[in-house]
Design a protein around this ligand. Structure first.
Ligand code: SAM
Length: 299
């Protein structure tokens, strides 16, 4: 049976459905579906964005209107559509060495302190998670810093870096490790020269650095998937909670708390804060950035 027939949709035979308008009611239904699944809340002023991006999926499936698309999403067969919907609706802006103040604190203070402490005990590893890593620029920035500046100081420590995102397309880019000039514009020239091979206008990251990061598909709102992420020393969760409302921020931050080792650190984006979201962390202030330290209590 065709998709249209399954959805009980009538269309003029053989013609491609015209793009329909998004009614107020369907906008509400779509935004609450997306919110429930991902935590992303489309404000009223982002309605046009939702309309055009979901419109692309509707057309790809040859569905006549947003109502038919919603019915499809709610069918068992629609489960396979979810990753494609997420690929359309997420904003993936990122670049190497984006938040330089944060990377300086990680390089000069937080990671060396952890590594020194680990050198004294049996567990000689430091585990770092870039949660919502987009095309991998953030975890690879850490890999470059570790490879160049920290691994030589702490040769006995194993540094593990994991990058996760809900968008499967950006994870494919991350695994391939090929970037635009725009993405690498902040990479220090000597690092660029040493660890990237330029081919035309594309920059290919050295396989040695690529092997330092493991990528995984993960929705921050998926409680069971989040429960598998455990024993991290540092979590970067930058420039993603801005798309969430307070309730979903609270759920994600509580999951991240559980993912950290006692004494571990959570770092957010430049414009983000835990104020009004969680009191479980102890803010540790540096000159231009804040790290949130996990105590030993529950969130
Ligand atoms: C603006 S990018 C930020 C990338 C990087 N952290 C940085 O600061 O440069 C936001 C990323 O969050 C991801 N994202 C949005 N909602 C998510 C969710 N519920 N679970 C996991 N990732 C999500 C998007 O796919 C996107 O790649």
């Amino acid at each position: 049976m065709s998709l249209l027939a399954q959805l009980n949709v009538r269309s003029a035979s053989g013609t491609r459905p015209q793009k329909a308008a998004l009614s107020d009611d369907l906008f509400e239904q779509l935004r609450s579906f997306i919110y429930d699944q991902t935590g992303i809340y489309f404000q009223d002023n982002k309605r046009y964005l939702l309309e055009s991006r979901v419109g692309r999926r509707m057309q790809a499936l040859n569905l006549p209107d947003y109502g038919a698309y919603l019915r499809y999403l709610n069918q068992p067969a629609g489960r396979a559509e979810l990753p494609k919907l997420y690929d359309e609706i997420t904003i993936n802006e990122t670049y190497f060495f984006r938040n330089t103040d944060q990377f300086s604190v990680l390089e000069q203070t937080l990671i060396p302190e952890l590594a020194e402490e680990r050198m004294k005990g049996p567990r000689r590893q430091v585990r770092i998670w870039s949660a919502a890593c987009s095309t991998g620029d953030e975890p690879y920035t850490l890999a470059l810093i570790i490879r160049e500046r920290l691994q030589p100081r702490f040769p006995g420590i194993r540094f593990e870096i994991v990058g996760t995102d809900i968008n499967t397309q950006v994870l494919d880019v991350a695994r391939a490790g090929i970037y635009s000039a725009y993405a690498v514009r902040n990479v220090p020239p000597a690092t660029l020269q040493r660890y990237f091979r330029q081919e035309g206008d594309r920059y290919h990251l050295d396989p040695e650095i690529r092997r330092m990061v493991t990528f995984k598909h993960l929705n921050l709102m998926d409680r069971s998937g989040m429960a598998l992420m455990r024993h991290f020393d540092i979590i970067l969760c930058a420039n993603v909670l801005i798309y969430f409302d307070t309730a979903s921020k609270q759920q994600v931050v509580s999951s991240l708390y559980a993912s950290l080792n006692p004494g571990g650190f959570l770092m957010l984006g430049f414009s983000e804060t835990l104020y009004g979201i969680s009191q479980a962390f102890q803010p540790v202030r540096f000159e231009k950035t804040i790290a949130y330290k996990r105590g030993t209590s529950h969130a």
